[in-house]
Design a protein around this ligand. Structure first.
Ligand code: DI6
Ligand code: FE
Length: 409
């Protein structure tokens, strides 16, 4: 079993998050975990492990915990500009929607992003990405959505891909051209959706820049009918589907996206039971974003109990963005998912591993420690996995393993 391995961790406690293991955290104690190439090859109890005749590098975990690498399945970490002034205005009483209607908000980031080169976008994103990686992120989803024209949307995705080439992290990209209405189309939302469907999506696909599309389905953004056109174009081009829905109001966006087989719908504070049923039927993940809930001081909670009842998989992500969640810490998002949304630490951790992988359409290869899966793992100096959701600000990572390779950020 371990003969073909390149590397074997011994004396490890393993939070596998394996769907076939019903123990809490999918936990296995006192294990050997072997990787061959970029895949997990074998897991067995130490009692069944014999090192003789094995050429692999042996790493003694000394009773520390291995978990799957953390996956931040919703970020907008490529952008230019700064929204600290808007934060000050909100502290004086202005709402997120008011600022957005007055041309601030997303559009102020669009202005700065359009003016930045791809290299500049990469340079600005580096500290945000590095902060995520230091805390154990091995896969990250990055959206466009601050370009809102052909060239600038593609440039954001090019920057995202470049980050994936420069750093030991898997980058998934989502084309979020339907994020806000650009000023050139102020009276012509349909015309802008034409541009998105007929030009931006095909161009992104031709260059291999997008894994999925995303939309902002909201009164201050796009209507369900407009979002549906984007989903249809995505299907035509073989892209995954994700959507920002039910964040500030109930537009029945989750049910719509689920009907199109969405990988994930995100935010969900206003989600109703019909939407949840549609998600359950389609296998759509509910991605919870407690950072935005916190930063916008929302009071309406996502319907966690109903999601549990309908067995909808829940993911947890940072939503790292300059306006509603300037949060470059998935560990803090884990804690917020527990303190604000009352997820259990096990649910929250499943939300940044197994379920986050599903939200990226990668559930079959990522997010669990089990033979055949990508060997993305973290070795933590902790006594129990719940610590990862309990404490923040302290970083107990001992090793970060991506594609079987041990490295630092
Ligand atoms: N919902 C959000 O919370 C972010 N985008 C979205 O669709 C906010 C983005 C921003 O304010 O810049
Ligand atoms: Fe978002």
């Amino acid at each position: 079993m371990f003969r073909n391995c390149d590397r074997v961790w011994i004396n490890a406690n393993v939070a596998t998050f394996d769907t076939d293991n019903s123990a809490a955290y999918g936990a296995l104690s006192h294990q050997a975990v072997g990787v061959a190439g970029d895949r997990i090859q074998a897991i067995a109890p130490m009692t069944a492990f014999d090192a003789s005749g094995i050429a692999a590098e042996i790493i003694d975990a000394q009773g520390r915990w291995l978990t799957p690498g953390l996956i931040d399945a919703h970020t907008h970490l490529v952008f230019a500009g700064n929204r600290a002034r808007e934060f000050e205005l909100r502290l004086q009483g202005a709402s997120y929607e008011e600022i957005s209607r007055q041309g601030g908000g997303i559009l102020s980031t669009v202005k700065a992003t359009r003016a930045a080169s791809v290299d500049k976008l990469v340079a600005l994103a580096v500290p945000r990405l590095e902060a995520l990686l230091r805390e154990g992120v091995t896969s990250v989803e990055i959206k466009s959505g601050y370009g809102l024209d052909l060239v600038s949307e593609l440039n954001m995705l090019r920057a995202a891909r470049a980050l994936g080439e420069r750093y030991p992290v898997r980058v998934s990209t989502s084309l979020l051209a339907a994020h806000a209405l650009p000023p050139e189309f102020a009276d012509d939302a349909e015309g802008y959706i034409d541009l998105v469907c007929n030009e931006i999506i095909p161009a992104a696909v031709a260059e291999g820049l997008a894994d999925a599309v995303d939309v902002f389905c909201e009164t201050i953004a796009f209507s369900p009918a407009q979002c549906e056109r984007v989903f249809q174009a995505a299907q035509t081009h073989g892209l995954g589907i994700r959507a920002h829905v039910e964040q500030l109001s109930d537009q029945q966006g989750a049910a719509l996206a689920a009907r199109y087989g969405a990988w994930s719908v995100d935010h969900l504070e206003w989600l109703d039971e019909a939407g949840i049923q549609a998600m359950a039927e389609a296998g759509t993940v509910a991605t919870l974003l407690p950072g935005a809930f916190y930063f916008l001081r929302e009071t309406r909670l996502p319907p966690i109990d109903l999601l549990r009842q309908h067995r909808v998989p829940m993911a947890v992500a940072t939503d790292l963005n300059p306006g509603s969640s300037p949060l470059a810490s998935l560990r803090l998002a884990l804690n917020m998912a527990c303190t604000l949304f009352r997820l259990t630490p096990e649910e929250a951790l499943a939300g940044v591993t197994r379920n986050a992988a599903r939200a990226l359409g990668l559930g079959h290869t990522l997010g669990q420690i089990k033979p055949g899966m990508q060997a993305d793992m973290l070795l933590w100096d902790i006594e129990h996995p719940a610590e990862l959701a309990y404490q923040f600000g302290v970083n107990p990572i001992k090793q970060r393993i991506v594609g079987g390779e041990v490295g630092n950020v």
